[in-house]
Design a binder for this molecule. Structure first.
Ligand code: ADP
Ligand code: MG
Length: 348
């Protein structure tokens, strides 16, 4: 029996757990979360309800499992040293670096190849010209803690110390590379994904037809990143393309929302690939069906989905206890031909 411990029991933890149980009947799932009603609770053999600063509870959790994986970055860095003492194939370096935007950007720009958008600290004299975006260093997600600054009045309203300030790129295209590195040495990437965001929240993902030249730049950078972090598991690199130039936006050292499309559009989902990588199993060659797209369902759109007699695609309900506005509560993998129809339903 292998005991897999998952730090974080949101939808990502839920899908990791489901994949692990499907892949290997000899796996026992332990989930740790700060939310008593975390989506992954129902599939866990053992659920731990506690904070990410509770050393005693975390130590107990770690002592009960053989392998540890994390499904989100905002784990208090006081517990990072504990991760070094257990079998955590993703490692603590990825988490430590990527949970802080300044550290993340500095680290990415030290590697050769694609760089980040120009940035600086809000503590220094501002040298970057309007428009720019200021972001909290830690704990941001779905655009939370970010403010677009176009003029002096915006700056007076939103500027705070210790934030990251970066050039705002108009009319960007967004892409992501999902890469897996197994303990057995295999490395595999999914074909490049093209992502559309609305209000800084991921809206749709589909496989891209970007030029080979730019695609290769992104894939090469993702390979460098997993190797330099000595990271095992699935990792996602988000990119911007603006005026023919590629930039790294950010790195998520975990499975990623844009990869949900692989649950139906690939022979192996990102969640199964992640578990295979953690266990040191072979990573199969990836085959995809490019005719599918993924669309997120937010809390205020859930009613429209529930009212549908039939959903023309595969709907994944995260089982959240409340449907908050702008919070992700599910996603639909759907034929690109039906995408406009479902967009109309969600946005009515
Ligand atoms: P989060 O951690 O919330 O995902 P991101 O930095 O990825 O934060 O920003 C969320 C979204 O906001 C991006 O996917 C993009 O659509 C938009 N965005 C962020 N930074 C920039 C930028 N410098 N220029 C243009 N758009 C940006
Ligand atoms: Mg992002």
């Amino acid at each position: 029996m292998i005991k897999l411990g998952i730090l974080g029991g949101g939808q990502l933890g839920l899908f990791i757990a489901e994949s692990a149980l499907k892949l290997n009947k000899e796996i026992e799932i332990h989930v740790y979360d700060t939310n008593e009603f975390a989506p992954a609770k129902d599939v866990a053999n053992c659920f731990y309800y506690g904070s990410f600063t509770d050393r005693d509870k975390l130590t107990d959790f770690f002592s009960n499992v053989d392998i540890v994986t994390y499904e989100f970055e905002n784990i208090d860095n006081s517990i990072l040293p504990l991760l070094d003492e257990v079998n955590c194939p993703q490692g603590s370096l990825a988490l430590e670096t990527m949970q802080n935007r300044t550290m993340e950007k500095e680290w990415i720009n030290k590697l050769p190849g694609v760089q980040t958008v120009p940035y600086q600290s809000t503590n220094d004299e501002i040298e970057i010209t309007y428009p720019y975006i200021i972001k909290t260093n830690t704990e941001g997600y779905d655009g939370k803690g970010q403010f677009l600054i176009r003029r002096d009045e915006d700056l007076e309203k939103y500027l705070k110390p210790n934030m990251v300030l970066e050039k705002y790129l108009e009319n960007i295209e967004e892409y992501s590379v999902l890469i897996a590195r197994s303990k057995n040495g295999d490395i595999k990437t999914y074909p490049l994904l093209n992502n559309i965001h609305i209000n800084q929240i991921l809206y749709t993902s589909k496989f891209s037809n970007l030029s080979e030249k730019l695609t290769n730049k992104m894939v090469d950078k993702a390979k460098q990143i997993v190797e330099s972090l000595d990271y095992y598991g699935v990792l996602c690199v988000e990119y911007f393309v603006s005026e023919g130039e590629v930039y790294v936006n950010e790195v998520a050292p975990r499975v990623h929302n844009s990869g949900h499309i692989t649950m139906d559009a690939a022979n192996v989902s990102q969640f199964e690939l992640h578990v295979r990588a953690l266990l040191g199993m072979e990573l199969p060659n990836i085959e995809i069906d490019e005719s599918l797209a993924m669309i997120n369902v937010l809390g205020h759109q859930m009613k429209a989905v529930e009212e549908l007699k039939e959903i023309p695609g595969q709907f994944y309900d995260y089982g959240k206890k409340s449907y908050k506005r702008d919070r992700k509560v599910g996603h639909i993998n759907i034929s690109i031909d039906n995408l406009n129809y479902i967009k109309g339903v969600l946005n009515k």
